[in-house]
Design a protein around this ligand. Sequence first.
Ligand SMILES: Cc1ncc(COP(=O)(O)O)c(C=O)c1O
Length: 384
Amino acid sequence: MRPETKAVHTGVRKDDQYNSVITPIYPTTTFEYTDIGKNKGFDYTRCANPTRQGLEENIAALESGTAAWATASGMAAISTVILTLRSGDHIVAPRDIYGGSFRLMAKVLPGLGIQTSFIDMREPENVSAALRSNTKMVWIETPSNPLLYLTDVEAVTKIAREKGVMTVADNTFATPYFQRPLEQGVDVVVHSTTKYINGHSDVIGGAIIAKDETIARHINLMYRALGTACSPFDAWLVLRGVKTLPQRMEAHQRNAMAIARFLQGHPGVEKVFYPGLESHPQRELAKRQMSGFGGIVSFEVKGGLEAARACLKAVKVFTLAVSLGGVEALIEHAATMSHDAMTPEARARAGITDGLLRCSPGIEHPDDLIEDLSQALESAKVRT
Ligand SMILES: Cc1ncc(COP(=O)(O)O)c(C=O)c1O
């Protein structure tokens, strides 16, 4: 089946009692045993639940994985995967990475004896150079948050595989509609389903998808042990949202492309970051490993922090808020919002400046979004 059909049909469990067309919510915490060792496949909702299993089957099918777990947040998914590591292990991760992942890797994991090297992952050779004898995981985020840098997935997974190192890809930005890292050699995919997969800014959630059984066993142990599952109600909402993922992604991409083209020629804009632009240095790689360029555009306004502030105060259709991937347009100031957990030095190394704004166009008409940014940039120019 094609993604549009899988998104609508996979994991939809019609109930036997009334033949409902959509998956019912099973909010029960526990399931009756009819004898010792005998139940209908579920025993306790922290470990498994029929509504959640429907969502897990859907996401596993979209990502071409063997197994999936729906978690209470994207960070719960990331933590579950990372805690399969042990004290003394080492991670290689991109220096341009979601701020929450940076916080976990730079501020929490060292206390557990797990170190991370943050590198520029645009060049696969940098991964080879960063590998140590105790490296157990290469973390990929492509396109990255907030600069939309790309990692060559096939090249990096080949390097890691030769050294027996596990690879994990955060596929939140591209979504399985535009990119399927498991098909390109990655071992595990994680998502913040809070973003595009649910798509309606009304659930915090995450997902883990594994390619093979051995890794799936380790993740399953961690998932049960840590209790990172999401509630049946949240799973039900995400299963509703994911059905329109392909159509929403097409609309997000159409808007992102139109905005990127508008910004590129604007005199108040220093730089535009969008892999779909002809001027993007990694456009060919994007075309090779993705079937679309995604829905996020970042740009640097001329005039730094003050110009960024003026622009953000002036937007009317865009809302100034963290997060992304919903049907409504959001805009944020990466340095003080999504990436405030990074030290100023780490932001400088990654290239996240005080004038950088990250836009997540929704599914609105592109002209309304462009007109809004146009008047906001005009206002920034007047004030600086
Ligand atoms: C790329 C990426 N990964 C992970 C996360 C964390 O997800 P959550 O906020 O659902 O915990 C985010 C959140 O913004 C993100 O942008």
